[in-house]
Ligand binder design. Structure first.
Ligand code: FES
Length: 169
C-alpha cells in the first residue's frame, strides 16, 4: 500500500462524523481529479461527500452547509475557507469552525444567538414578525464534521459509516 501521493489534513479533535470510528475506507476519486484548491462532490448511496483539497491538505465532509444544508461544493475555496453559495457563511475546513456567520443570523454551534446582518453595499431587509423569522433564529450553524480520508495508490479513500449503502453492496 502506498500513501505518499496526496497530502491529507488531520481530522480536527472531536469532529469525526458519526459512525466513522472503525469504518471501512472506500475509494471515491482519483487524486489527480482533485488538484490543490479544488472541491468535488462524490455521492455514495444517499450520502453526498465534499472532497476539498485545501491548503492544509485533502479533507472529506458532508457536502451540506452546516447552516441550512446548501451544497458547499458549489461555493468557493480559499485556502482552508469554504464560502457557502447561500447566506454568505464561511467555514474553516481545517478546524470545522465558522469564520463568517450566515446573513440570516441564528444560533451558533454553542447555542448563542446572533443577529441577522447585511453585507456592505446592500440595503437592510427588516425581518417581519412571524414563523419564518423565528425559524431563522432557531437555526443552529453547527461545526463541520469530518470523514477520515487517505490517499492510496493515487486514489482518495474515505471512511464511511457502515449504514451507507451503495449499489453493489
Ligand atoms: S446554507 Fe450555507 S450559509 Fe446558509
Amino acid at each position: 500500500m502506498t500513501t505518499v501521493d496526496g497530502r491529507v489534513a488531520p481530522t480536527p479533535p472531536g469532529l469525526a462524523a458519526a459512525g466513522t470510528h472503525d469504518a471501512a475506507y472506500r475509494p471515491v476519486l482519483a487524486v489527480e481529479a482533485l488538484p490543490a484548491g479544488s472541491m468535488r462532490r462524490v455521492s455514495v448511496g444517499d450520502l453526498d461527500i465534499l472532497l476539498a483539497h485545501t491548503s492544509a491538505g485533502i479533507v472529506a465532509t458532508d457536502d451540506r452547509c452546516p447552516h441550512m444544508s446548501a451544497p458547499l461544493s458549489l461555493g468557493t475555496l480559499d485556502g482552508c475557507a469554504v464560502a457557502c453559495p447561500l447566506h454568505r457563511g464561511v467555514f474553516d475546513l481545517a478546524t470545522g469552525e465558522t469564520i463568517q456567520r450566515p446573513t440570516t443570523g441564528g444560533l451558533d454551534a454553542d447555542g448563542v444567538l446572533h443577529p441577522a446582518w447585511t453585507p456592505a453595499g446592500s440595503v437592510p431587509k427588516p425581518d417581519p414578525p412571524g414563523s419564518k423569522t423565528e425559524a431563522r433564529k432557531l437555526t443552529r450553524t453547527r461545526r463541520i464534521r469530518f470523514y477520515p480520508v487517505r490517499v492510496v495508490d493515487g486514489t482518495v479513500e474515505v471512511a464511511l459509516p457502515r449504514e451507507v449503502v451503495s449499489p453493489g453492496d
